[in-house]
Design a protein around this ligand. Structure first.
Ligand code: XUL
Ligand code: CO
Length: 438
């Protein structure tokens, strides 16, 4: 049964189109830097925001109806969400989806029953995947909503709750493998603390690392070949979250010997909550060989929380795509971990939101490719470090000098000349010229 009846397949109509239900910039077969846009931008639908969230916030109830004509909290509704999701992805030409276990089915009192429901729904999803060619980008377990996780999952003080988290991860991995997912995500929703007065940080971090190690061992034992991801976030819901940002997560993974199996899933709005730009966390991940996947959204600098807005900021998308292209692409994809604003509560809004996000990233890709082809930024950065190409600079790079030698040289010099200008304003004007010039 068709759910989005008045909405047909969304087509590329070009920048002059006034049709709200059309792509203005995302032209899936257009080749950019040798690859089709659809290959450069493996987009994914987030099951939770798109099919489950109905606009509830701290102050008010649902504004959107996502019952899809069926009573909520039932397996019929779970199936209706699958139908809606696949119709939605097909109409937009989205090739991947991401899910939490409890996005797929209503959680039962007894985990055995929840797992049975997951088996049933994943059978149903598999049929749809075969029919449509749509694939799974990544799966995860929601270990933050249920009250049992109030003190965290891997970081909980309760060994019984820890068991439960392990059981959920095991099943979510089973389902991810069954659906051929490219990755498996750990977002440490409540892996952190509110006060040191009641918290043993080292103990909690060791337990989290052990849980991840057991997940890797189990995943590999059932044939999971993809990447595990940590999705860093500095705060919210906890005051202090252990996976604060990319650098912190990388340090943690290396310390506990998990860096061979894990990469990072970088979310724009999480990076900005950590006081970084999105592109900063992408760069830190990339230079450490850990840029895996992206949660594509944006925050609001006037609000201090994770607003999960659809990406609209073309400059940021451009900087993001510059990092992704320089890193040689993603092994994961671009998951729209984003929700429509609460008053944008119609089916049409769901489509328009994804059109906005996909067009924004298409523009980001087009612009980033232009910046690379222009070449001036890259050349500038290279030349900026030219003093390390010869003389003492070269010796420093080759690790063939000592503090004594450098100190003697400094004394001979008197005072070094000021380094060359950073030319930030000029470089920013190049970006504008490339973006808006003919
Ligand atoms: C929450 C968030 C999650 C993860 C998956 O801020 O980003 O939805 O992406 O658990
Ligand atoms: Co996310």
């Amino acid at each position: 049964m068709e759910i989005f009846k008045n909405i047909s397949a969304i087509k590329y109509e070009g920048a002059d189109s006034k049709n709200p239900l059309s792509f203005k910039f995302y032209d899936k077969d257009k080749v950019i830097l040798g690859k089709k846009m659809s290959e450069q931008l493996p987009f994914a639908m987030a099951w939770w925001h798109n099919l489950c969230a109905c606009g509830t916030d701290m102050f008010g109830r649902d504004t959107a109806d996502k019952s899809f004509g069926v009573e909520k909290g039932t397996m019929e509704h779970a199936k209706a969400k699958v139908d809606a999701g696949f119709e939605f992805m097909q109409k937009l030409g989205i090739e991947y989806f991401c899910f939490h276990d409890v996005d797929l089915v209503p959680e039962a009192e007894d985990i055995k029953e929840t797992n049975r429901r997951l088996d049933e729904i994943s059978d149903y999803i598999l049929v749809k995947m075969k029919q449509t060619g749509i694939k799974c980008l990544w799966g995860t377990a929601n270990m933050f909503s249920n009250p049992r996780y109030m003190n965290g999952a891997g970081s909980t003080n309760s060994a019984d709750v820890y068991c439960f988290a392990a059981a959920q991860i095991k099943k979510a991995l089973d389902i991810t493998v069954k659906l051929g997912g490219r990755g498996y995500v750990f977002w440490g929703g409540r892996e952190g603390y509110e006060t040191l007065l009641n918290t043993d940080v080292k103990f909690e971090q060791e337990n989290i690392a052990n849980l991840m190690r057991m997940a890797v061992d189990y995943g590999r034992s059932i044939g999971f070949k993809g990447d595990f991801y940590i999705e860093p976030k500095p705060k919210e819901p906890m005051k202090h979250q252990y996976d604060f940002d990319a650098a912190t997560a990388i340090g943690f993974l290396r310390y506990y010997g998990l860096d061979k199996d894990f990469k990072l899933n970088i979310e724009a709005n999480h990076a900005t909550l950590a006081g970084h730009t999105f592109e900063h966390d992408l760069r830190i991940s990339a230079i450490n060989g850990m840029l895996g996947s992206i949660d594509a959204n944006q925050g609001d600098y006037l609000l201090g929380w994770d607003t999960d807005e659809f990406p609209f900021d073309v400059y940021t998308a451009t900087m993001c795509m510059l990092e992704v292209l320089k890193a040689g692409g993603l092994t994961g994809g671009f998951n729209f971990d984003a929700k429509t604003r609460r008053p944008s509560n119609t089916y049409e809004d769901m489509f328009e939101a994804y059109i906005l996000g996909m067009d924004t990233f298409a523009l980001g890709l087009i612009n980033a490719a232009k910046i690379i082809e222009d070449g001036r930024l890259e050349k500038f950065v290279k030349e900026r470090y030219a003093s390390f190409n010869s003389g003492i600079g070269k010796k420093i790079r080759e690790k063939k000098t000592t503090l004594e030698e450098l100190s003697a040289l400094a004394e001979q010099m008197g005072a070094p000349e000021l380094p060359a200008s950073g030319k930030q304003e000029y470089l920013e004007s190049i970006v504008n010229q490339v973006l808006f010039g003919k």
